[in-house]
Every structure is written in C-alpha cells, then in structure tokens.
Write a protein that binds this ligand. Structure first.
Ligand code: MN
Ligand code: ZN
Length: 341
C-alpha cells in the first residue's frame, strides 16, 4: 500500500509499504480521505516541537472497515468510521480524572506513532466512531477530528448562550470552534488578516468579523461587547508570542481565555493583566472523546464540513498542498487528500 512519510523536515516520501496486520481488538480500515492540518504543515517544515521523525503522518482520517479482529464486537466490514488519534495510558492522574487527552505519556497517531496518510490503517475498535448517516458524503469523515478540537475548546471555555466569544484567527480550527460555539447559542466575533477567510467565517455562521489589518479594528471589536468591557471568552487560534497577551487584553473582567498553541517560545505577560480581571486562562489540547458530539452535529446540520473543505486532492499531490497552505493561506481552507483514486 502507499503511505506518506516525512523522513525529516522538508523531506516527504510516498512509500510502498506492507499493509498493516490487525490484532484481535483491531479493525483494518481502507482510508477514504485524510485532512491536512496546520500541525502536519509544521511537521513538514520542522516547526512542530512534538513530532519525532521519520513519521507516517496524518491524524485526521476516516474510511471503510474491511477486516475485523476476532474480539471486535461493535464494528463490521463495510462500516464507515472516523478514527480518534489520541492514545493514552489509562492509569495516570489525567487518565483517571477524565482527561486522557493530556495523558502523561500521551501519543497521537501521525505525530508520535504512525498515522493515517496511508491506504490502510489498523485501529483498535474503541477509537473508531461509525458514521450512521447513509447520505453523508463519506470523504468528510476525516473532518470529525478537527471539529472535535472545536467542541473541546468550547467545553474548556465553558461557552454558553450568555457568552460573546472572540475567536482570533479564522483558519479551519477557528471555524470549527465558531460553529461549536454557535451551536451552544453564543454570539461569535472573529478576526483574520485575510478577507476571503472572514467571508467564509460569515458564511459559516460568525456574527461579526473584523480584518486585523484595519486600523482601529480592536477598538471597533471591543465596542460591540457589553459596555465595551471585552469578550466573555477569548480563544487564541493564532498561537503566536504576541497573540496571547492580546487575548488577555480583549477579555472582560471575570472572562476566560483559551489557548491552543504548541509554541515553545515565551510571551511577555504581566501578572496584573490576569489578576486584575480575575481571568481564567485555560489550555485546550486535542479532544477528550468528543467524536460522538461532532457526529451528532454533522447529523443535525450545526456543523458544515462541506464548507470547511475547499480542496480535494489525490494523495500524490500532498507536498504541493502542504506548501500551498503555508504560502497561500488566502487560497485554501481545509484540504483533504483522497486515497480512492
Ligand atoms: Mn488537526
Ligand atoms: Zn495516562
């Protein structure tokens, strides 16, 4: 079968490897499609601080079950599934407190162990979530994972209908967070430097958008909040050294700030900016078994993966696509690579 490896930064390789064999609790999945994530772009360019090389990349993937192990009960050949990439130990503090997505020995498929940019993947039954919607376009199965990030962020930020949420950045993850926040009834404002991204954000449900390249956009955005006091929840999807202090500034007293960054460079933050407003600063990583909630929202139409995905390409063009995401973010949102052609 074909599989996509990053051997080291800037070296991608489409290799012919042996199809994985399955254990008794595992299923073999013929991959239909896989999503390219910003973190995959980081793996390619050498800016992802968590990855180990060489790596069969990809953590957003889904496909059709073609073989089941002898102990598998809930799945059968022909089922369409998306696969949660989080692998946890089950017995550390985090795991025993319902937080296995930050397990002390956490591994993620496509980052710390082999992932889903391949024609076939073996996965344990417990990580596979079946799609029970006959009419749903099956190539969007791979987008359950990015939407699970959006759901997780909303859980962590305790977003409710009382909130006015600011999402800094309107890339794919910002859009997933936005639709999850809208589903919870919140009002959502988004920012970005790229107008086409802001237009997509509006089209997908954002209430207000501001171009961060416009003079005075921060004051204009603040003016839309209650008494101009700031946003009740601020979510930083820019994940840069400068964006974190800005997120703290944009939150109202008693508000919450959610971070998603994996950057390992320090931001300059005065403690008073957190203490004075008694802000909750909350990290959000991967997702804590949020796949069922996402599939529910695919079903009820709250999430629109068909609007998130702008490009469908053959796996042969993966390197070109990664470079396009990096160099021309204005032209693309979510790119999915297909293995069935
Ligand atoms: Mn991702
Ligand atoms: Zn653990």
């Amino acid at each position: 079968m074909k599989a996509i490896f990053v051997d080291e930064p800037l070296h991608i390789r489409i290799a012919e490897v042996e199809r994985p064999s399955i254990g008794e609790k595992e299923v073999l999945i013929r991959i239909i499609s896989a999503g390219i994530c910003g973190s995959d772009v980081g793996i390619y360019y050498g800016t992802n601080s968590l990855v180990t090389y060489p790596r069969l990349i990809g953590h957003e993937y889904g496909g059709e079950v073609v073989e089941v192990g002898s102990a598998v009960k809930s799945l059968k050949a022909g089922d369409l599934v998306s696969v949660d990439p989080v692998r946890a130990c089950g017995h550390c503090y985090a795991c025993t407190h319902g937080r296995h997505n930050v397990c002390s020995t956490l591994e993620v498929t496509g980052v710390h162990r082999d992932g889903g940019f391949a024609e076939y993947v073996a996965a344990e039954e417990q990580y596979c979530y079946p799609l029970e919607m006959p009419d749903f376009p099956k190539e969007y199965l791979c987008l359950v994972e990015p939407y699970s990030i959006g759901v997780q962020v909303n859980h962590r930020g305790r977003v409710s209908k009382e909130d006015h949420v600011l999402i800094m950045g309107s890339g794919p993850i910002g859009l997933c967070i936005m639709q999850a926040a809208k589903y919870r009834g919140a009002k959502v404002t988004m920012t970005d430097l790229v107008d086409s991204r802001l237009e997509r954000a509006k089209d997908m449900g954002a209430d207000e958008v501001f171009n961060a390249g416009t003079d005075g956009y921060l004051d204009q955005a603040l003016a839309t909040t209650q008494d101009g006091q700031g946003f009740t929840v601020v979510i930083d999807t820019i994940c840069s050294t400068w964006s974190f202090p800005l997120a703290l500034d944009m939150a109202c007293p008693a508000g919450r700030v959610v971070t998603l960054g994996l950057i390992n460079k320090p931001s300059e933050v005065a403690q008073v900016s957190i203490t004075k407003k008694e802000l909750d600063v909350i990290g959000s990583r991967l997702s804590n078994s949020r796949f069922p909630e996402v599939l529910e929202c695919f079903k009820n139409g709250a999430f629109t993966p068909q609007k998130l995905c702008t490009h469908r390409i053959s796996y042969r063009d993966v390197e070109k696509a990664i470079c396009e995401i990096k160099e021309h973010p204005e032209n693309v949102c979510k790119i999915i690579i297909c293995f069935d052609n």
